[in-house]
Design a binder for this molecule. Structure first.
Ligand code: ZN
Length: 466
């Protein structure tokens, strides 16, 4: 707008005309209203900060002064021209490059943004990368993550941090459960509705224009992402669904905007060359293997035969927290707050998702209540929120777990192998008030063959937190 005024001033004679035209232009751009949100901006920041710390631990972060500096510069250009009323003073913006091949970028509530190297590889101009960044920044400014949480009844902020962290990394209890049994507890927090997507596109376009970039570059990047991913939908598109006519409405919005002076874009080619000097980018699954198994994404291949539980058992420990006996042919897959034990070919990717078809998981979740039934209900409801196909089975019952009162909640879901799967959720309180859970997953067809093993594993659990 300021550039437009300057241009006009040079050309026109009447100040009144300038004013009229400026006002007309301002009112022409689509007005974006942040959705209802019961959380405070400070809560966004806290949530994002915790999740970002986990991301930094588990992702191959690029530490290169040129690349860091460049990405930071792009980010600052956008923040500088973002609408003042959406820039909450508490927000902490950061822009971090990640050495991953996948064309992906994501931003956490309150400001931390991560951009994969794959995004740069796929982009043919700076405007395309900054377009995706503007879109992500718009999600932050409009506080879409906590707006999602606001919509989810009974969701507790304590559970949110884990859920978000879980959604973006290969570990954490949120994702461990959500992906493990296809609940989607984690994924829905960073998975935006089509309404939110359109908001982020339009606000992103407006911010781009003010920073001196043509919003049509954003549309072009979306087309590239779509094209590069013929076959499996890429991660980015699965959390940012296409509202339809994306390119068209971005072009329409662009036509209403005046694009500020084009900034220096020579950094783009320089940084692309700089990337070539780094060690090769990893894929998500390589990254998992390189973090000490913290986010291993497969044990064999989904769809291949899964061997029955071995007759012999071995003892395993979950940090200071518990001890358990598991069949000797089950492999441990651990993350920060959970350990899965899975037979061969029961954990891995199926149709773009990491799934657990057979096995158990033991972990910790933050409790939403001091009442076990309520805390469990919150957890289970949050699981089901993200997975409409999941339903509660026969109703919960009181059982014993490591000598403590526990709740058993049977669920029924869809197995990645086809047909139904049975999910058992066993919960009890730890001494510190957190919720300990023991989760079992098996397809209906194999349920009988696994029941004895699940019982024996459950009975062997010894909590050692006090
Ligand atoms: Zn989006």
């Amino acid at each position: 707008m300021s550039r437009f005024s300057r241009v006009c001033r040079r050309r026109t004679t009447s100040m009144a005309l300038v004013m009229t035209m400026s006002v007309a232009l301002v009112s022409a751009q689509t007005r974006i209203v942040p959705p209802k949100n019961k959380y405070s901006p400070e809560e966004d920041v806290k949530l994002g900060r915790e999740a970002a710390a986990e991301v930094r631990q588990e992702y191959p972060i690029i530490e290169d002064r040129d690349i860091d500096g460049y990405l930071d510069e792009l980010g600052r250009r956008l923040v500088a021209v973002a609408p003042a009323d959406l820039k909450h003073p508490a927000f902490e913006y950061s822009f971090t490059p990640v050495n991953l091949k996948e064309i992906n970028a994501f931003a956490l509530p309150g400001g931390p943004m991560f951009v994969n190297r794959g995004m740069f590889t796929a982009a043919s101009a700076e405007g395309e990368v900054i377009g995706v960044m503007a879109h992500e920044l718009a999600h932050v400014l409009l506080r879409h993550g906590t707006a999602n949480a606001t919509k989810a009844q009974g969701f507790q902020l304590g559970a949110l941090a884990g859920a978000i962290a879980g959604a973006v990394i290969g570990g954490g209890w949120g994702q461990a459960i959500s992906q493990g049994s296809q609940f989607g507890l984690g994924t829905w927090l960073l998975k935006y509705s089509r309404d939110y997507e359109k908001q982020a596109d339009l606000l992103g376009a407006q911010i781009m224009a003010r920073a001196g970039y043509d919003p049509r570059d954003l549309a072009r990047m979306f087309e590239t992402i779509q094209k590069e991913s013929s076959g499996a939908p890429p991660q980015w598109l699965s959390s940012h669904p296409n509202p339809g006519n994306r390119s068209q409405y971005i072009a329409e919005e662009a036509a209403k905007l005046s694009i500020a002076n084009r900034p220096d874009q020579s950094g783009f080619a320089r940084v692309k060359a700089r990337f070539d000097t780094l060690p090769a980018a990893k894929s998500m699954s390589d990254a998992g293997r390189n973090t000490g198994g913290a986010s291993t994404t497969s044990v064999g291949t989904i769809g291949q035969p899964v061997p029955p539980p071995a007759r012999n058992y071995r003892t395993a420990r979950g940090g200071q927290l518990f001890q358990v006996s598991v069949p000797t042919n089950w492999t441990a897959v651990s993350s920060n707050s959970a350990v899965k034990f899975v037979p061969q070919n029961a954990y891995g990717e199926a149709r773009g998702q990491v799934v657990l078809t057979h096995g158990v998981e033991l972990g910790v979740a933050r409790a939403s209540s001091r009442d076990l039934r309520q805390a469990t209900e919150t957890l289970v409801r949050a699981f089901m929120e993200g997975n409409p196909e999941m339903r509660v089975g026969a109703g919960s019952s009181t059982v014993r777990l490591s000598g403590r009162t526990a709740l058993a909640t049977p669920l029924i879901g869809r197995s990645a192998l086809g047909g139904n799967e049975r999910v058992g959720v066993y919960t009890t309180f730890l001494a510190d008030g957190n919720l300990f859970y023991y989760l079992t997953v098996v397809p209906d067809d194999d349920a009988a063959a696994y029941q004895a093993a699940f019982d024996r594993v459950g009975q062997s659990i010894r909590l050692t937190d006090r």
